[in-house]
Every structure is written in structure tokens, then in C-alpha cells.
Ligand binder design. Structure first.
Ligand code: WQD
Length: 342
């Protein structure tokens, strides 16, 4: 058995998929989650896939006393992957203080505990949101692209969290960190035992799309087809959540195996390809044979026009790449949706 890794937010969408990949790579996983945006049934799904039920503690990372008790109980935690955060862009505009309190305090608590308990490294779940709308000449966007003023409190918490990590390491803290800037995570595990479980009406494209295909939603609205893109709809870099999860295993190994060259390393985690909303709808219909009911509507406030990642650094340095074809990814999302409605 390899080292013990603490996964915060491990019953969430990306956290649960990452737990599966960590376990299958031989790591012992402890999940902490306050279940504010997920449920403990996810642990059953993880166990069905790997045969190993991860240790679970219902803890809010903002509760320092309860969080420290986890490090006391599971002594020997060597790495942390920090997913636990509020992540709805629109909600963050309505409730900025909740977002700053939750997303900043949870990270600060973890960082403060690391040296005390001999934790060597932390992988931080960041987002391409930090780039804002890159200039056309800066697409695909690299890790050295300028960080633009955040378009939402959610995006700002990601930027500030990256700075907190950098400042803490620069102060001499005996830890290393790898920051992963995700593009758009989509899809579900091929077993359909775990997947994306949005609360209420989904804000993100894929869950709304699959719920429309399943008849739960009447019609998908494409938020604008008058952008300066080939077909007028917005472009994103949609990455399969299992490929994304595997990137975390590579990053964790890089730190725990002592291969990290800098105290803080930053990687774009995407496919390197841009796909428009309309192209994605066509891919879904082709992959599933399901005709999707959609219409063109108004633009959504805050949406950027086009972004996709330059992922050469992750390919070369992490030895990782996202290779799953989009049709296969969308089929996995559809299979999960059908599993949910059973
Ligand atoms: C994708 C595209 C919409 C819904 C956000 C966060 C990012 C990450 C992922 C947390 C856009 C269009 C969507 C719909 C549509 N969050 N769309 N109709 O906004 O790129 O990224 O979620 O980790 O940090 O910023 O993702 O899925 O909401 O939208 O046309 O009903 O789909 O306009 O072009 P987004 P999204």
C-alpha cells in the first residue's frame, strides 16, 4: 500500500472519481466532506468500483478543531488533494461572503496543519476561470498567460487561493504544492456507479443537456449563437472527468516521489482542443442516437466567448494527457443519467 492521501470534497463529482483512481493506483484514501453539495451514497459507488470503501469523516474543512482531529486520527497522511469548495459562479455573485469564508478558510486551515502533521504536499483544484477571456492571440492559453480580473467571487477565490499557496510556500513552509487549472470537467465513470450529481436545476451544460435528453427538462437553451466563433456558440475545453482524475494521481506521485522541481508547480488540465456548444450537441446526438430538444436563446451574463488550454506542460512534465474521445465521454454522461432515473 502506498501513502495515505486526504481527499477533501471526496464525495463530490471530481473528488469521487479521483478517489477511485488513487485507490486503483494503490493509495490509501481518507475522505473528508461536509456533504453540503453531495451525499454519502457516493461511498457505495466508489466501493463497487474498487472494492475498497474509503475512510470517511463528515467534516467541514472550515472547522479547524474537527479537521485537526482527522489528522490526529489518521496519522501518516502524506498528501492532500483539496476539492472541498463552493463552486457555483452565479451563487457566488449572490453570496460572496459565504464563498470567501468557505473557499479561503478551508484552504488556510489545511495549509496550517500540514507542517504539524508531516504532510508533504497539497494538490489544489483550481480553474481556467483565472484566465478570464484570453486574448485571441493567447489561445490556446498557457500557464504563463496573464491572470485577468475575476468575473465572479467564485473565480476570485480560485485566484486568491493560488496566491495564498504561493505566499505560504515563499514564507518557508516545508511543503510543496501542485496547482491544477481545470477546464470543463464532464462525463461519468464508465461503470455508471458514480457521476455528476447536480443539486436542483443544473447551471452547467452537460447535466442540463442529459436531463433534457431524459425528459426531465423540457428544452436545452443554447446561451447565444452570435459570438465571434465559427458557428456562433461559445467554445470550451471539455475534459473527461476520469482523465482529469488521473492527472491528480500523476501530480500526487510527482510530489510524494520527490520529483517536483519547484515548491509550487502549475498545470493546465484540459484536452488542448476547443469545442463549441453546438458541436457538443451534435457529438451527443451522434454518440447516443438521441435527438436533443434545444433552442437558441440569449447570451448568459458572465460567459466568456472562447477558451481552451495549451496542455503541453502537463503532457511533458506530468507525463499525462487526456485521450478519451468526446463521443465516448458524452455517452458516459448519458449512461449515468439513465442510471440515475432508474
Ligand atoms: C459551458 C458552456 C454556456 C448551460 C463553469 C465555471 C468553471 C467550472 C465549470 C467549476 C457555456 C453554455 C451552459 C446551458 C448553455 N466550474 N451553456 N446552456 O461556465 O464554462 O464553466 O463551470 O469548477 O470554473 O466557470 O461551464 O457548463 O456552465 O457552460 O448554452 O443550459 O455551455 O453558455 O458556453 P462554464 P458551463
Amino acid at each position: 500500500m502506498k501513502d495515505t492521501v486526504l481527499v477533501t470534497g471526496g464525495t463530490g463529482f471530481i473528488g469521487s472519481h479521483t478517489t477511485v483512481e488513487l485507490q486503483q493506483a494503490g493509495y490509501n484514501v481518507v475522505i473528508v466532506d461536509n456533504l453540503s453539495n453531495s451525499n454519502a451514497d457516493v461511498l457505495d459507488g466508489i466501493e463497487k468500483i474498487t472494492g475498497i470503501r474509503p475512510a470517511f469523516e463528515k467534516v467541514d474543512c472550515c472547522d479547524m478543531k474537527a479537521l485537526e482531529a482527522v489528522f490526529e486520527k489518521y496519522n501518516g497522511i502524506k498528501g492532500i488533494i483539496h476539492f472541498a469548495a463552493s463552486k457555483a459562479v452565479g451563487e457566488s455573485v449572490e453570496k460572496p461572503l459565504m464563498y470567501y469564508r468557505n473557499n479561503l478558510n478551508s484552504l488556510i486551515n489545511l495549509l496550517e496543519l500540514m507542517p504539524k502533521y508531516g504532510v508533504k504536499g497539497i494538490i489544489f483544484s483550481s480553474s481556467c476561470t483565472v484566465y478570464g477571456q484570453p486574448d485571441a492571440e493567447n489561445l490556446p492559453v498557457t500557464e504563463s498567460a496573464p491572470i485577468k480580473k475575476a468575473e465572479s467571487p467564485y473565480g476570485n477565490t480560485k485566484q486568491v487561493n493560488e496566491e495564498i499557496i504561493q505566499d505560504y510556500v515563499n514564507s518557508g513552509a516545508p511543503i510543496k504544492s501542485i496547482i491544477l487549472r481545470y477546464f470543463n470537467p464532464i462525463g461519468s465513470h464508465p461503470t455508471a456507479y458514480i457521476g455528476e450529481l447536480p443539486n436542483g436545476v443544473p447551471a452547467n451544460l452537460i447535466p442540463y443537456l442529459t436531463q433534457t435528453a431524459a425528459g426531465i427538462r423540457e428544452c436545452l437553451t443554447v446561451f447565444g449563437d452570435n459570438y465571434n466563433t465559427p458557428d456562433g456558440s461559445c467554445i470550451r475545453d471539455y475534459i473527461y472527468v476520469v482523465d482529469l482524475a488521473k492527472a491528480h494521481v500523476c501530480a500526487m506521485a510527482r510530489i510524494l516521489d520527490g520529483k517536483a522541481e519547484e515548491p509550487v508547480e502549475i498545470f493546465n488540465i484540459g484536452t488542448g482542443h476547443g469545442v463549441s456548444v453546438l458541436e457538443l450537441i451534435n457529438s451527443f446526438e451522434r454518440a447516443t442516437g438521441v435527438k436533443l430538444n434545444y433552442k437558441i436563446g440569449e447570451r448568459r451574463a458572465g460567459d466568456i466567448e472562447a477558451i481552451w488550454g495549451n496542455v503541453d506542460k502537463a503532457n511533458k512534465v506530468l507525463g499525462w494527457s487526456a485521450n478519451t474521445p468526446l463521443d465516448e465521454v458524452l455517452l458516459s454522461a448519458w449512461n449515468w443519467q439513465k442510471h440515475l432515473v432508474k
